[in-house]
Design a protein around this ligand. Structure first.
Ligand code: FAD
Length: 423
């Protein structure tokens, strides 16, 4: 064990899970975070779902046509903005190259393996440390408005069942039996799938709990400190440049979400990760006599409605718009319109205008898999690129990263996720 601390850059889900896993393996760690607290970027108000059941990367066969059709359309679930095109060129070609049926199937299997491992690790951590983050273990209900979409999903799910995914197929009656709050829209949905192994919970609360666990172990999350660039020499990392000085380090873990790209660039590497903006609207539902119990995912509208304690979170949409964090009113309206189609009666009881709107940037890798482990620069590690599944994959990815750093065999075969495949 080296006495020089490993510096983890970023206190979102990946940075905090990496830091805790390293500390648990006896390594000295420092966490440096630009914002004023942990998890104030993409890990702040995501949909909150832990879904090994949804491992298929977004670059499914035919995605190119779909994205081109979305140009300039604010009502499209997946939207490509024209001005983002130049920043997406090289990455976009790789994203499309990975959308062949065989590559997409392989990536789906590999994401599923890491997600299953991660969910087990999340539950173990929750229980051993008594973490409280409004967790629910009731599973996800996926809703389908037509037979074709249902059958396509059923095909994917049946293949994953061979690898351990548990599911129940439900007809319209079964859907309402599983989630009685869907009764007013009985008949709108052709069928559904229930995934009892999925979970949900508030990622920001989870991150705050992890930061407290780190502090209890003597690791301070140094907030309000921005890393300006990485310092490397002769193929080795040497440290970090801050605004007011230099931190020397022989081992650095970049877990800076979408901002990892710029940091890694300062070391001369090109990270194939680009942002896909998503939105959420969180509404207080404490006053309602009955609230939905299950997280639901509408396959056609691409949105999720997730109970988090007494609140409901409506989340979704993907916008390739570069590093643009702005909250755009038409995209929020999109969420509201879709919510009205799932829970019209519930929506009438809620004050949606008093809800909290939020937008975050998902760090999307070009091949749909995260990048974990050492790069071509000795001592420079990554834990990023988890895209739409960064909460699902966080605890497991942190453990894989920590095992790779100390040279232990990880609890899941790490080859598909190694950062060295790309840099
Ligand atoms: C709308 C939406 C819904 C989602 N829903 C789900 C879901 O239901 N389930 C799921 O599994 N995933 C979901 N995700 C994805 C998930 O939220 C992300 O993959 C995950 O939060 C990424 O975590 P991260 O730690 O990589 O990045 P971040 O949370 O962005 O953390 C990176 C941190 O690094 C810091 N940083 C950046 N640059 C520097 C620097 N130079 N110096 C110091 N610090 C720096 C940032 O301030 C930030 O705190 C969703 C995402 C969105 C947008």
């Amino acid at each position: 064990m080296s006495e020089t601390p490993i510096v983890v850059v970023g206190a979102g889900l990946q940075g905090l899970c990496s830091a805790l896993a390293l500390v648990e393996r006896g390594e000295p760690v420092r966490v440096i975070e630009r914002r004023e607290g942990p998890a104030l970027e993409t890990s702040y108000a995501n949909a909150g779902m832990l879904t090994p059941s949804q491992p298929d990367p977004w670059n499914s066969p035919g995605v190119g046509k779909h994205l081109l059709q979305s140009l300039g359309r604010n009502d499209s679930a997946m939207l490509l903005r024209v001005r983002a095109l130049p920043s997406l060129l090289g990455w976009g070609l790789r994203f499309l190259r990975n959308s062949s049926p065989s590559r997409h199937r392989r990536a789906t299997r590999n994401v599923f393996a890491l997600a299953q491992y991660s969910l087990g690790a999340t539950a173990a951590l929750r229980e051993s440390l008594g973490l409280e983050y409004e967790a629910s273990t009731l599973g996800t209900l996926k809703l389908f408005r037509d037979r074709k979409a249902f059958e396509t999903s059923l095909g994917i799910v049946k293949r994953l069942a061979e690898a351990g995914l548990v599911f129940r197929a439900l007809d319209a009656d079964g859907l309402v039996a599983a989630e009685p709050m869907l009764a007013p829209v009985y008949g709108d949905f052709f069928a559904g799938l229930h995934f009892p192994g999925d979970e949900c919970g508030d990622a920001h609360l989870f991150c705050q709990a992890l930061a407290a666990q780190l502090e209890a172990r003597g690791v301070r999350v140094e907030t309000g400190v921005e890393v300006k660039s990485l310092r490397c020499h002769s193929g080795h990392v040497q440290g970090l440049e801050l605004a007011d000085g230099v931190v020397e380090a022989e081992r650095v873990v970049v877990a800076a979400g979408c901002w990892s790209h710029a940091l890694v660039r300062s070391a001369g590497l090109r990270l194939p990760v680009r942002p896909a903006k998503g939105y959420s609207l969180t509404v207080e539902a404490r006053h309602l006599p009955e609230r939905p119990a299950l997280a639901v995912l509408d396959d056609h509208l691409h949105i999720a409605v997730v109970p988090l304690g007494t609140r409901l979170r409506i989340a979704g949409t993907a916008e390739f718009a570069g590093m643009d964090p702005r909250i755009r009113a038409p995209r929020v309206q999109n969420l509201v319109d879709h919510f009205l189609r799932i829970y019209p009666e519930l929506a009438a009881e809620l004050d949606l205008r008093a809800g909290t709107t939020w937008a975050g940037l998902r760090p999307m890798s070009a091949d749909g898999l995260p990048l974990i482990g050492e790069t071509a620069i000795r001592g420079l590690y990554l834990n990023t690129g988890h895209g739409q599944l960064g909460w699902t994959l966080a605890v497991g990815s942190g453990q894989v990263l920590a095992d790779l750093v100390i040279g232990n065999p990880p609890g899941v075969e790490p080859n598909p996720y190694l950062a060295s495949r790309a840099l």
